[in-house]
Design a protein around this ligand. Structure first.
Ligand code: SF4
Ligand code: SF4
Ligand code: FES
Length: 373
C-alpha cells in the first residue's frame, strides 16, 4: 500500500448502544481525516478524541497481536487495527465505513462486547491447558517436530473472537462450544504430551453442543485474521474421534457422516431420503427397518412437514435417488478408492503447503497420521 497518499476524509458510521441507559441502539456518524493506510482503529480513536469521548472501543497493541479490537466492519468481523481505512472504504456500500460490535456476544457498550460471558467461558469449557503424561520426565518432554508443526496453526490464535462473532451454528444454538474453543481443543488433542486425548475427544463428541454441532459453513475460516481455520480443526477432531478412536457418539454425528459418505460413494450424489434412516438405523439399505430409524422418522415428521409445506423440500426429488451418468459415478468411486488406498493420512496445515505430487515424497513438516483413513 502506498503510504505517501495525503490525508483524506473518511466517514465512520458507528453503532452506539449503552444497555444501562435504557435507550435503544442507534447509529452515529463522524468524519475523520487520516492517510488512507491508517487503520479503522485509528479512525475510531480520532473520532473519540475529536468529537465524542464517550465512544466505547477496546484496543491495546494496535498491531494485530492482542486480539482486543475485534469489531464488525461493513458486515464482516475483523480487527479494527488490522483493517486499512482505504480498504474498508472500498468494501463499503455507500461510501461510509460501518463499524459495529461483534455478533453472538452481549454488548457492554458501543463496540465493546462481553468476551467473558461467551468467548472465554467456552474456551474454559475445553480445559485449555496441557494435562501432562506421567511419569514426568527428569528433564523436558521431547516432542517431535512433525507433531509440533501439527498444532502450530491453532497456536496462532490471538483470541479475538472474530470467528465466534460470525458462527452460524452459535447464532442458532448459543450453547455450541464454537470455533475458537474447538480450535483450542485441537491444540491439546494434537499434542503428544497430553495424557487425556481420548477423554477429550469423547467429551467433545458426546456433548450435544460439541464437534458435531458445526454445520461446515466456513464463516469462521473467512473471519479469522490469523489463518487458524477453526472449521478445519473441528474436522480434524472429528476424524480423530470417529476414524481413529472409533468413538460412536450418542448424538449420532459419526454415524451420520459415515452414512453421508457411503451414499455419495454408492450413487455419486447424496440420496436425502436414505440419509436419516441410515444415520439412525445403520449404514446400509436395511437401516430404514431398524426401530431406531422409525422412531427418529416419527419425531422428525413435524420438521419434514413444515419443510414440505414451505417448499423447501420436494418430496418427489427427495424420495427418488438422483441419477447421474454411469461414468460420473465411476469417477466419484475412483476418488474414494484413491483416497482409501493410502496407508497414511497427510494433513497439511497453515505452515505447510503442497499438492498431491509432494505426497509421493513426503514434504518436510507434513503432518503424518499413521492411522488409515
Ligand atoms: S464452520 Fe462450524 S464452527 Fe465455523 S462458523 Fe460455521 S458452524 Fe461455526
Ligand atoms: S480462531 Fe481466529 S478468529 Fe477465532 S479467536 Fe482465534 S484468531 Fe480470532
Ligand atoms: S489492538 Fe491488539 S489486535 Fe488490535
Amino acid at each position: 500500500m502506498d503510504t505517501r497518499k495525503p490525508a483524506q476524509d473518511f466517514t465512520l458510521r458507528i453503532r452506539r448502544y449503552d444497555p444501562d441507559s435504557g435507550e435503544a441502539p442507534y447509529w452515529d456518524e463522524h468524519t475523520v481525516t487520516l492517510e488512507p493506510h491508517r487503520s479503522v482503529l485509528e479512525g475510531l480513536l480520532q473520532a473519540k478524541a475529536k468529537y465524542d469521548g464517550s465512544i466505547g472501543v477496546r484496543c491495546s497493541c494496535r498491531a494485530a497481536i492482542c486480539g482486543s479490537c475485534g469489531v464488525r466492519i461493513n458486515d464482516k468481523p475483523g480487527l479494527a487495527c488490522h483493517t486499512h481505512l482505504e480498504e474498508a472504504l472500498k468494501r463499503s456500500k455507500d461510501g461510509k465505513i460501518t463499524v459495529e460490535p461483534m455478533g453472538n456476544m452481549p454488548v457492554i457498550k458501543d463496540l465493546i462486547v462481553d468476551m467473558d460471558a461467551v468467548h472465554w467461558k467456552k474456551i474454559n469449557r475445553v480445559t485449555p491447558w496441557l494435562i501432562g503424561k506421567t511419569p514426568v520426565p527428569e528433564r523436558e518432554y521431547v516432542v517431535d517436530r512433525v507433531s509440533m508443526v501439527d498444532v502450530t496453526q491453532t497456536m496462532a490464535c490471538i483470541q479475538c473472537g472474530a470467528c465466534v462473532s460470525d458462527c452460524l451454528s452459535m447464532e442458532v444454538d448459543p450453547g455450541f462450544i464454537g470455533p475458537a474453543a474447538l480450535a483450542k481443543a485441537y491444540r491439546f488433542v494434537g499434542d503428544p504430551r497430553d495424557a487425556e486425548q481420548q477423554q477429550r475427544l469423547k467429551d467433545l463428541a458426546e456433548d450435544p453442543n460439541g464437534i458435531y454441532n458445526c454445520t461446515h459453513c466456513f464463516k469462521c475460516v473467512e473471519a479469522c485474521p490469523k489463518g487458524v481455520a477453526p472449521m478445519n480443526q473441528i474436522m480434524r477432531l472429528r476424524r480423530r474421534a470417529g476414524s481413529d478412536h472409533h468413538i460412536d457418539d450418542r448424538n449420532n454425528g459419526h454415524r451420520h457422516e459415515a452414512a453421508f459418505v457411503t451414499l455419495v460413494k454408492q450413487g455419486g450424489l447424496l440420496h436425502e431420503a436414505e440419509l436419516l434412516p441410515r444415520s439412525y438405523g445403520g449404514d446400509s439399505w436395511f437401516g430404514k427397518f431398524a426401530p431406531k430409524a422409525g422412531a427418529e422418522l416419527v419425531s422428525s415428521l413435524p420438521v419434514i412437514t413444515k419443510a414440505v409445506l414451505r417448499r423447501k423440500v420436494n418430496p418427489k426429488l427427495a424420495l427418488v435417488p438422483h441419477k447421474i451418468p454411469k461414468q460420473d459415478v465411476k469417477a466419484v468411486r475412483e476418488i474414494f478408492d484413491t483416497i482409501g488406498s493410502r496407508e497414511e493420512r497427510y494433513e497439511l496445515n497453515l505452515y505447510v503447503v503442497g499438492d498431491d505430487k509432494d505426497l509421493e515424497q513426503p514434504v518436510a513438516g507434513a503432518v503424518e497420521d499413521r492411522s488409515t483413513t
